[in-house]
Design a protein around this ligand. Sequence first.
Ligand SMILES: N[C@@H](CCC(=O)N[C@@H](CS)C(=O)NCC(=O)O)C(=O)O
Length: 228
Amino acid sequence: MKLKVYSDRLSQPVRAVLIFCKVNGIEFEEVRVDLSKREHFSPEFSEINPMNQLPAIVDGEFKLFESHAILIYLASSYPEVADHWYPADVFKRSKIHSVLDWRHSNLRRGPVTIVQNTVLAPMFCRPFNPEGAAEGEKLLSAALSKIESFWLEGNGPFLLSANQPSIADLSLVCEIMQLELLDEADRNRLLSPYKKVQQWIENTRNATNPHFDEVHKSLKEIKEQLQK
Ligand SMILES: N[C@@H](CCC(=O)N[C@@H](CS)C(=O)NCC(=O)O)C(=O)O
């Protein structure tokens, strides 16, 4: 039975899982669950993820949710995945876990809070909330400063001075890519102080293209729909 990835490409962690599968040649079926239609609360999907969130996978009899757990599972169980994504070396691997755990409570909230209180508000029947968005901007800036000064210190093109990307690069970059939903001027205002972050996003994009652009094309389409 082919791997199933439950997906709405509006979701940052879903995009990380999709790009990972495509880059590594893992065959999968993408099963669409429309968040705006609340399909993630359907009884069928609740069977797959009782937490009612995307992404989730089913691989044979095995069900799994939480994007980091999914990326680790795929990297560990599909032999075609190159070592740099989730190195066997315990020290490198542990550092990657450190970045992933940090993402949950630091980077995640900024972009989510900004887009939910601005561009995505109508899609989810929420009011525009400029104060909420301003709070999101503060969280984002704090997280980007840490990425710039700490996770990207050193000379490598990827996090932790690595020469090739890991699942941590993909996870964090996909989070930041949510800012593509904003106006270009706003996005530039938020990202332009962070030159290393901008270069690292580009490095991750180049290392995973054409899949990175193909998966992120959906964000452009959603943005166009919202503007209409
Ligand atoms: N920590 C989770 C976050 C999952 C998550 O927040 N998914 C969002 C989409 S980006 C979702 O399904 N939201 C629907 C909801 O919470 O009702 C992961 O990395 O997989």
